[in-house]
Design a protein around this ligand. Structure first.
Ligand code: GDP
Ligand code: ZN
Length: 300
């Protein structure tokens, strides 16, 4: 009998799957043991066969609607696929404790953008800070959805639940901002269990990352990414950084130079727009930091 399932996690050649409320343990059918570039990923929709003796085999990977990738920097160039079928990236920050970190938020939003994924910014711990609108404003102005939330005050939770419904959402943000608290408040049975596997490359950067997906209620999944916070820019190149700030696009076409990086070039329309207050200055600052980082990493 064939069934459709979703891959929740992968460890040691065993696949944990979710199929209509049921958790299955599966292995790969021999003939689809694919090349490295086509391996089964967390988030993949797969067709499984329930064998008569009780084992479950993955027969086929269904076409993917999205692919979250990490590009390897420097000499180890290449792309590593992290997860399939992610619908949105939920970037969580806290107004305080730990304090709001725009560079961290902008980094994740840019990585999502470069992967063609929409992001949703959550300003959590609204009960601890009174400048929540000030924190939300740069992202709203850039066209992102923002939810202001507080777990103890139950603020923003209904709105967040609505946004998660029927979607696969990857949660990210610094430790302590309240990701597990938000998710557990929305879905008390979830019991987030995180698992982190990391290895170091020659550059000393974390390269291997375990991703785990959780069924969220009966409509949707959340993906927890403990190791993904340490991977810097995910190998985004300078050009990708330039293209990952959507609010600049409107002005970038008017820069004097076609390849303007909006740093110190004369006639830069993005810098001029920023001086007129057309978008948040912190976003331009983050952009420059991330671009600098990408340019350094791209150096031979
Ligand atoms: P995570 O590392 O992002 O998963 O953060 P946690 O969910 O573990 O939360 C870290 C701490 O912040 C815990 O002590 C939570 O009780 C607390 N916390 C989470 N959300 C809120 C909130 O909205 N307001 C306040 N005041 N504290 C919160
Ligand atoms: Zn420019």
């Amino acid at each position: 009998m064939q069934r459709e399932a979703t891959v929740l996690s992968i460890a040691g050649g065993r696949y944990r799957l979710y199929a209509a409320g049921e958790i299955l343990e599966a292995s790969l059918r021999g003939r689809i043991k694919l090349g490295k570039s086509e391996r089964v990923l967390v988030g993949d929709r797969v067709a499984v066969e329930m064998q008569v003796e009780g084992s479950v085999t993955i027969e086929e990977i269904r076409p993917r609607r999205s692919l979250l990738k990490r590009r390897m920097p420097g000499k180890r160039r290449g792309v590593r696929n992290i997860a399939a079928n992610i619908d949105q990236v939920v970037v969580v920050g806290a107004t305080a404790d730990p304090s709001w970190d725009p560079l961290m938020i902008d980094r994740f939003v840019a990585v999502a953008e470069a992967n063609g994924l929409p992001s949703l910014v959550v300003v959590n711990k609204a009960d601890l800070g009174n400048d929540v609108n000030l924190l939300a404003e740069p992202y709203e102005a850039a066209g992102y959805q923002v939810i202001i939330a507080s777990v103890p005050e139950h603020r923003g939770l209904t709105e967040l639940r609505e946004k998660l419904k029927g979607r696969v959402s990857l949660f990210t943000g610094s430790t302590g901002v309240g990701k597990s608290s938000l998710l557990n408040a929305l879905h008390p049975g979830l019991k987030l269990r995180t698992q982190e596997v990391s290895a170091r490359s020659r550059t000393g950067k974390h390269t291997t990352v375990a991703v785990e997906m959780h069924p969220f209620g009966d409509a949707g999944f959340v993906v927890d990414t403990p190791g993904l916070r340490d991977v810097g820019l995910w190998g985004l190149g300078p050009l990708e950084v330039v293209q990952s700030f959507p609010e600049f696009a409107r002005f970038a076409g008017q820069c004097r130079f076609d390849n303007c990086r909006h740093l110190v070039e004369p006639g830069c329309a993005v810098v001029a727009a920023s001086q007129r207050g057309e978008f948040s200055e912190t976003r331009l600052l983050s952009y420059r930091r991330l671009l600098e980082e990408a340019m350094l990493a791209a150096r031979p």
